[in-house]
Design a protein. Structure first.
Length: 469
């Protein structure tokens, strides 16, 4: 196949799940042409990943969809245990924190995965992008200059390809990258989106039913008329047909089969934890479930996937738009694979009842200390830490200052003369003393982490030179 017959783009993204959509949005706002292809004819229709953690809410706010996430989601309801059709008492499954200046989101936010994807799709369209549906990857080749992907609709030549095509990733298999992991629970699980007639079940609680056959949970999904049904099968296999779902509800709860007025979507899976042996092969990157597969316990999979995209997006932007060396892209795996490994361990422990859904699950403490792009410390923070929110000193929030595709050079309680001028690449902001930072100079990366920190500007210009020509 001759290259002159091949469609060209700078980045080809394979898979329009949360990570693919987030990456497409991030690249679009950076002016990087990207082609997002999806094998299915439409977006994924189910609720599967329904918990948006506080750190991911910050990411989504930066991508310009914070208001939509707030409007369509809601806090996780308190769990209510049932036995033999009788209420046994409430049990909150999450550690909740009050919002603070530094951490504006203090608890998980429920938002069905299909809604998250709709929100990101709408944002992508606002930014001038779109999804190419009904388009499957059938093969790929790469060389020193790019990747040629064979699609069901033709061929595409791209500088880089990002696989966001799920746990059974076609791209990962084509590359021969192994996944190393374990079965978290041998019992299959059914998950379904159902509608239940009122007043058969209220929407004020996350309803929890135990039993010898396996646990069952029914959770109201904010912003919809739906409930998510999750049920474990210690014996046998789930029947995902509407009749099977109704029979399951009648057998395991105090509800009657006819109380389930609609089964909108149903699927089954076996919980497992697996990590790709590497996140990159030449000019091809793995992100999201293509790189790591989680137990759903603790709500970590979707969140880690979106943050993969957030880490990779700005780096591709710097290489393709601002002349940064291609070596910058090596830091994607160096930073994200250790994070994914740690989160996988946590979600497995939560699934097995070895750890509560505490503050660690909120992902606000994750960072890149000691990583390849983290240099220095000042005040209360070390390079690699998440940059806290807070008052900016001019009536805005610091997250308002950081929002966008740029770096932010932040001086806190110091009037040190800076060797860097305000530019499209670097915005400068000065503010007074703020406890979450202490005194110092902080270069905040486009993904909201501190890249460089110091009490003076020694080494700052050399550090910034890594990200531009």
């Amino acid at each position: 196949m001759e290259f002159n017959s091949v469609k060209e783009t700078e980045v080809l993204i394979v898979g329009a799940g949360p990570s693919g959509l987030a990456l497409a949005c991030d690249l679009a706002r950076r002016g990087v042409p990207a082609l997002l292809v999806e094998q299915a004819a439409a977006l994924f229709p189910g609720s599967r990943g329904k918990g948006v953690q506080p750190r991911t809410r910050e990411v989504l706010d930066d991508l310009g969809v914070g208001d939509a996430v707030r409007a369509h989601g809601g806090p996780a309801p308190v769990g209510l245990a049932w036995r033999d059709g009788k209420r046994q008492g409430e049990h909150d499954m999450f550690r909740r924190s009050a919002p603070t200046d530094a951490e504006p989101y203090g608890e998980p936010w429920l938002l069905p995965q299909w809604r998250t994807q709709e929100i990101l799709h709408a944002r992508l369209r606002e930014l001038g992008g779109e999804i190419t549906f009904s388009t499957a990857l059938t093969g790929l080749d790469q060389d020193a200059d790019g990747v040629t992907a064979r699609l069901s609709t033709g061929a595409v030549r791209a500088a880089y390809l990002v696989a966001t095509d799920g746990g059974r990733s076609t791209v990962r298999r084509a590359l021969g990258i192994p996944m190393t992991g374990e079965t978290v629970d041998p019992s299959p699980i059914l998950v379904a989106d159902v509608r239940i007639a009122e007043p058969a079940l209220d929407r004020l609680n996350w309803h929890l039913m135990g039993g010898e056959a396996g646990y069952t949970a029914i959770c109201p999904l904010p912003g919809t008329a739906d409930f998510q049904l999750v049920s474990q099968f210690k014996d046998g296999e789930p029947d995902t047909s509407p009749e099977g779902v109704r029979a399951l509800v009648a057998a395991r709860t105090h509800l009657a089969a006819e109380d389930v007025t609609e089964v909108r979507w149903a699927s089954d899976f076996r919980p497992r934890a697996a990590l790709a042996d590497r996140f990159r092969e030449g000019r091809v990157f793995l992100a999201g479930d293509a790189a790591h597969v989680h137990s759903p316990a603790g709500g970590q999979g979707l969140n880690t996937s979106v943050q993969d995209a957030y880490n990779l997006g700005w780096k591709l932007g710097q290489v393709l738009r601002h002349g940064a060396g291609a070596g910058l892209l090596d830091s994607y795996e160096e930073e994200r694979r250790p994070v994914a490994a740690g989160v996988l361990g946590m979600s497995t422990r939560i699934h097995r009842g070895q750890q509560e859904r505490g503050t660690e699950a909120q992902q606000l403490g994750l960072g890149y200390r000691g990583g390849p792009l983290s240099v220095g410390r000042a005040g209360a923070l070390e390079a690699g830490d998440r940059a806290p929110d807070g008052p900016s000193g001019d009536g805005r929030r610091l997250f308002d200052v950081f929002r966008g595709p740029h770096f932010t050079l932040l001086t806190v309680d110091t009037d040190t003369e800076l060797p860097v001028a305000e530019s499209e690449l670097v915005h400068i902001h000065r503010t007074g003393r703020y406890e979450a930072y202490g005194r110092g100079i902080f270069l905040v990366r486009p993904d909201g982490y501190i890249g460089w920190a110091g009490e003076d500007v020694t080494g700052l210009t050399g550090y910034l030179a890594r990200f531009t020509r």
